[in-house]
Ligand binder design. Structure first.
Ligand code: SAM
Length: 188
């Protein structure tokens, strides 16, 4: 069903890690941080998640709002929000932040992650996929922020790491770089 909507509106299918996480996690309140025009938000909404989708690009949010309106979707709220503010105002069972942290102000990433953790319900999850610049695989991409080896894992001490890897992947432009991929569960 999600493929139909994504195809109808010219969107890619949902991120593979969002698809994987949603097969483990029951529908709940989810925050899609850096949602762009909503490929993950639309997928999750169709599985019954109650989605808040935020991005600092007003055009992306307007496009998602248009889809929500045209399709009569009642479980997506799309809002313009600058993640660098680290001022979430609600709590979530899942916070997903796929390929977005690397575009943030490096000085704000620690506060952003702390805010995500604070606003995760007990037993809830954080899903993060972010570029790395590792000792054995320095990033060739001009991202403002990248994780060092083990840095994301260290930020989630005390959480259950359901999935964690630092593997080489390929960007849509063909560039090869390391990504930190994590699904972590907040221990009650
Ligand atoms: C590569 S896209 C990833 C989109 C989506 N998470 C996905 O998996 O397809 C990165 C998104 O982060 C958004 N973004 C970058 N900096 C941001 C910020 N400071 N606050 C909110 N969104 C931001 C961009 O506008 C863009 O839509």
């Amino acid at each position: 069903m999600s493929v139909d909507l994504n195809t109808r509106y010219g969107l890619n299918s949902a991120h593979s890690e969002v698809v994987a996480a949603s097969s483990l996690i029951d529908p709940c309140k989810v925050l899609d941080m850096g949602c762009s025009n909503g490929r993950n938000a639309l997928y999750l909404s169709q599985l019954g998640f109650n989605v808040t989708a935020v991005d600092n690009n007003p055009n992306a949010i307007a496009m998602l709002q248009k889809i929500v309106s045209e399709e009569g979707i009642d479980n997506i709220s799309a809002q313009v929000y600058d993640i660098n503010n680290a001022q979430l105002t609600d709590d979530f069972g899942l916070i997903a932040c796929t390929v977005t942290l690397m575009f943030l102000d490096p000085a704000r990433v620690e506060a952003v992650i702390a805010d995500m953790q604070t606003h995760t319900l007990p037993g809830g999850y954080n899903l993060i996929v972010c570029a790395m610049s590792a000792a054995d695989y320095p990033s060739q991409m001009p991202f403002p922020f990248t994780f060092d080896d083990g840095e994301l894992r260290d930020a989630y001490q005390g959480w259950e790491l359901v999935k964690y890897n630092e593997d080489v992947g390929t960007m849509h432009n063909g560039a090869r770089l390391k990504f930190a991929t994590m699904l972590a569960r907040k221990v009650r």
